[in-house]
Structures are given as C-alpha cells and as structure tokens.
Design a protein around this ligand. Structure first.
Ligand code: ZN
Length: 185
C-alpha cells in the first residue's frame, strides 16, 4: 500500500538532491513521476527544482489554489513534492487521500519550522498525517545536529522579524542547532 512520506530538514540539507535521486530511481525502472515545487519559490526560475550539486529538473508548480487530484496523475508511479512546507493543510489532506485511495506514494520534502522557530502549517499537517516521517540530518557550525535555521541580512547579521516566506534564496539562511538558535550565535 502506498503512503504519505515527509522528509524534513533545516535549510541547506540537500533535500532537493535526494528528491531528484528518487525521481531518477523511478525513471530508471521505466516509471513516470510527477514533480512539484512551490510557485512561491523562484530562486532558480519558476517550476525548476535545483539541487546544490547543480542538477536541474523542470517541475510543475503548486500554489495555495492548486488541487491535487488523482485523475491528473494517471500512469504516475510516484508524486514528489519539494518545498512542501508551503502546502496548505487542505492540500496535505488531498495528498494523503491520493496515497491511500489511489495507491500512489506521495513523498514530500520540506522544512519543519521557519526562521523564528515557528511551524509552517503545511509542515505541521505533514508531521501529523504522514505515515513515514524522516529527518534529513544537517550539522550546525558548532558540530551538533542542526534542527532549526536562522535568517540573515545581506551583511550576514541575523534577522528575527519579517514574513515567514521570503523569496530570495538559501544563501540568507543557516542551519543551526537549538542551542545556537537561542543563544543567537
Ligand atoms: Zn550549534
């Protein structure tokens, strides 16, 4: 039986690399996948998933208005979603239904919390509904496991306020452990 998967991490963890690797594995078996990324994320141009290893793939985009319905996925062996923290709770529900009623595995990659340490609604729902949840591990500069991330300004100073979603790139974020997050280092 298919399941809903959530692979979460802090920023800069190589999530997109893992996603593209899974897509590749399916395709090497002659199977088709559906790739999605958030429309909000225009780091590398709309509808493209780019890994840090500089591999790029065109992807469908989702916005808050997108309905994930099974009939759009006829012949698809797996649905892969990058930047899944931007899914709405209702979209997470749709994807959960597709996994269980239509037997298509749905693998979501995304963040758990934002730069203030607050949950993304999509992530909170994925953590509640996904049957298979796994952390992609990243290391803080201090050597501990990074579980959170901070946002910095152009001069590298930490920013504590601002919108949850900021278009502008991973260069503005650093993955840190909780201790460094609260100490502000
Ligand atoms: Zn640390």
């Amino acid at each position: 039986m298919a399941k809903l998967f959530y692979r979460y991490a802090a920023m800069n963890s190589g999530k997109s690399t893992q996603l593209l690797q899974i897509a590749n594995n399916y395709e090497s078996m002659g199977k088709q996948v559906a790739l999605y990324t958030a429309q909000i994320d225009n780091r590398y141009g709309e509808g493209v998933i780019t890994s840090r290893l500089n591999i790029q793939r065109a992807a469908l985009t989702f916005s808050a208005d997108t309905r994930f319905e099974a009939d759009r996925h006829a012949g698809i062996a797996c649905i892969l979603i990058d930047e899944a923290q931007f899914l709405t709770p209702e979209q997470v529900r749709q994807l959960h239904r597709i996994a269980h009623l239509d037997n298509i595995p749905v693998i979501c990659f995304g963040l758990r919390s934002d730069f203030r340490g607050e949950p993304f609604p999509g992530a909170a729902w994925l953590l509640s509904l996904a049957e298979d949840v796994e952390e992609i591990k990243t290391i803080c500069p201090c050597g501990r496991k990074a579980t959170m991330h901070i946002r910095t300004d152009d001069s590298g100073r930490r920013v504590n306020e601002g919108p949850q979603v900021e278009i502008g790139g991973e260069a503005r974020y650093r993955a840190v452990c909780a201790k460094c997050f609260y100490r502000g280092e």
